[in-house]
Design a protein around this ligand. Structure first.
Ligand code: PRP
Ligand code: URA
Length: 206
């Protein structure tokens, strides 16, 4: 399943992020706000269970989240989405997977992985602003499935058709959420029009 989350606030903030003139501070703040808005939609189908509670007036049945949520940012750039999602799901656990894309081959290179226990019964949200060739997200999903995860959502800001197709071919069970589906990749593997190098723009490197 692919869902592109069209919303005027998301579109407005993403347009600010895309602009070359946007400062690191504004880039990061807009990303953080979009993450929160996306989380609201991405969490729409989280399962709940009934619990008996007592209000100041009477007893009644309320509902609480019934499954653990685990957020897994793909380092570095995925960290930019973490706080916004955690504001909405403060009980979420956090795992990390470190990967960078070799600039020559465009293949992902993994350098770190640390996950909470019991991925098997959790809802795992892999987060990364960019889904370009899809190589990084594809490898991250493989690593997480190897550890038993069965319910995986991939949350990215901007996707290219090439990346979406790779994930849909290799992982048809993974739900993919984007704020925008862009036109294509250029010869350097950058998303067009995209927003440039997300990690560099978040962390002020380059
Ligand atoms: C970027 C981005 C994704 C990856 C997407 O990370 O944050 O992880 O590229 O490209 P792909 O879909 O072709 O794999 P990058 O390798 O620049 O590392 P960084 O987050 O450390 O900057
Ligand atoms: N990684 C980025 O940060 N941006 C792109 O456009 C492609 C990969």
């Amino acid at each position: 399943m692919l869902e592109v989350l069209h919303h005027p606030l998301i579109t407005h903030k993403l347009t600010q992020m895309r602009q070359n003139s946007t400062t690191t501070k504004d880039f990061r703040e807009n990303l953080d706000e979009i993450a929160e808005l996306m989380a609201y939609e991405v969490c729409r189908d989280l399962p709940t269970r009934p619990i008996e509670i007592e209000t100041p007036v009477s007893k009644c049945i309320g509902y609480e989240l019934s499954k653990e949520v685990v957020i897994v940012p793909i380092l570095r750039a995925g960290i930019g989405l973490l706080d916004g999602i955690r504001r909405l799901v403060p009980t979420a656990k956090v795992g990390f997977i470190g990967m960078y894309r070799d600039e020559e081959t465009l293949e992902p290179v993994e350098y770190f992985a640390k996950f909470p226990n019991d991925l098997e019964h959790s809802i795992v949200m892999i987060v990364d602003p960019m889904l370009a060739t899809g190589g990084s997200a594809n490898d991250a999903i493989n690593q997480i499935k190897k550890r038993g995860a069965k319910n995986i959502k991939l949350v990215c800001l901007v996707g290219a058709p090439e990346g979406v197709q790779l994930i849909q071919k290799n992982h048809p069970d993974v739900d993919v959420y984007l704020a925008a589906l862009d036109e294509r990749l250029n010869e350097h593997g950058y998303i067009v029009p995209g927003l440039g190098d997300a990690g560099d723009r978040i962390f002020g490197t380059k």
